[in-house]
Write a protein that binds this ligand. Structure first.
Ligand SMILES: Cc1cc2nc3c(=O)[nH]c(=O)nc-3n(C[C@H](O)[C@H](O)[C@H](O)COP(=O)(O)O)c2cc1C
Length: 159
C-alpha cells in the first residue's frame, strides 16, 4: 500500500522519526514516502495556519502519517496549514506523531491529541498516536519503538 508520511521539521528531529517510520513500513512491503511540509516565506510560532508549499494530494495514498514538532504546546504552523487545506480524510487510516523537548505533560501530549482531534473531525480513522521526547538517554530506543508501533498499526489497517 502507498503511505504518505507528511511531516514538518524545523531542526530535523521529527524528520528522523518520519524516516524511521518509512523504513519500518517499507521493510513490511509497503511503499511509504516522506512528504516534507514546508512554509512559504517566514515561519510563524503562534499556532496559526500558514501557507505551505504544494504537496502531493492525500488521494495519492491509501494511508497517512502526520507529524509535527511541538511549538509552544501547539501544532507547528505548517501542519496547521496542511490540515486546513485537506477537506476530508475519509477512507484514510491515519497515525499522528510528534516530537518535543520537555516531558510530554508540558505540551507534547496535548499537541498530539489536538492533531488527532483535528484529523478525526475531518473523518480520519486515527488508528494510533505517539510522541518522542528529544531530551533523554533513551531517545534512539524510543524512536525505534515509536516507529515500530506506528508502522505495525498502519500495516494492520492496510493488509
Ligand atoms: C518555537 C519553539 C517552541 C517549542 N515549544 C515546545 C513546547 O512547548 N514543548 C516542548 O516539549 N518542546 C517545545 N519545543 C521543542 C521542539 O518541539 C523539539 O525540539 C522538537 O523535537 C523539534 O523538532 P524538529 O527538529 O523536527 O523541528 C519548541 C521548539 C521551538 C523552536
Amino acid at each position: 500500500m502507498r503511505i504518505g508520511i507528511y511531516v514538518f521539521s524545523l531542526h530535523g528531529h521529527t524528520k528522523i522519526l518520519a524516516e524511521s517510520i518509512k523504513e519500518k513500513l517499507n521493510a513490511s512491503g509497503h511503499l511509504a514516502e516522506v512528504v516534507a511540509v514546508e512554509p512559504v516565506g517566514q515561519m510563524d510560532f503562534t499556532g496559526r495556519a500558514i501557507n505551505i508549499k504544494p504537496v502531493p494530494s492525500i488521494e495519492e495514498f491509501d494511508a497517512l502519517a502526520i507529524g509535527s514538532p511541538v511549538h509552544g504546546g501547539r501544532l507547528s504552523a505548517p501542519i496547521v496549514g496542511l490540515l486546513q487545506e485537506i477537506s476530508s480524510f475519509e477512507g484514510k487510516p491515519t497515525v499522528c506523531f510528534a516530537t518535543h523537548f520537555f516531558p510530554s505533560m508540558w505540551g507534547g501530549r496535548q499537541m498530539v491529541e489536538k492533531l488527532k482531534e483535528t484529523c478525526t473531525e475531518k473523518k480520519a480513522d486515527v488508528v494510533g498516536t505517539t510522541s518522542v521526547c528529544w531530551l533523554g538517554l533513551h531517545r534512539q530506543k524510543n524512536i525505534a519503538i515509536a516507529a515500530q508501533e506506528l508502522s505495525a498499526l498502519l500495516s494492520r489497517e492496510t493488509n
